[in-house]
Design a protein around this ligand. Structure first.
Ligand code: CA
Length: 158
């Protein structure tokens, strides 16, 4: 199985390095972006499996970037974890309402980040179930591109 790819969006290099180092050591493939504009270019280039977005970015705020990403039909279901120094409950609520799927507060521990990343990736897996549709006597598997009737495969053209 290919390594899960994570895009880290954080302008502060020491923090970015710390996060990337921890994730790479855990077997993830990591890409980095220093601001929202670079992150958008990375997203257009190749879709990662998860986004880690810092709240404080030099161009667009991480919150606004998250909102924009979640408004994009192609990226809506991309899991996002926000990183922030703000521990206030109202900011947490704003982050989650903005579309973030989870939240980690600074000072960051990469163990906590790793834990959140793994649990979020596990949490979104069940959505794959939608890739198999079942009708009263037909089962369509969009991933393997096979159709079954009464549990027997039916041969069909492309
Ligand atoms: Ca920052």
């Amino acid at each position: 199985m290919a390594a899960k790819q994570i895009l880290v969006v954080e302008d502060e290099k020491p923090i970015r390095d710390m996060i990337s180092f921890g994730l790479r050591r855990a077997g993830f493939e990591v890409r980095e972006a220093i601001d929202a504009r670079a992150a958008r270019a990375e997203l257009a280039n190749r879709r990662p499996d998860l986004l880690l977005v810092d709240w404080m970015l030099p161009d667009t705020s991480g919150l606004e970037f998250t909102r924009q990403t979640k408004r994009d039909a192609d990226l809506r279901d991309l899991p996002i974890i926000m990183l922030t120094a703000r521990a206030e409950e109202s900011d947490k609520v704003a982050g989650l309402e903005g579309g973030a799927d989870d939240y980690v507060t600074k000072p960051l521990s990469y163990k906590e980040i790793l834990l959140r990343v793994k649990s979020l990736l596990k949490r979104i897996k069940p959505s794959l179930i939608e890739d198999v549709s079942t009708f009263p006597d037909l089962k369509v598997d969009r991933i393997t591109k096979r159709i079954y009737r009464a549990d027997k495969e039916i041969r069909v053209g492309p």
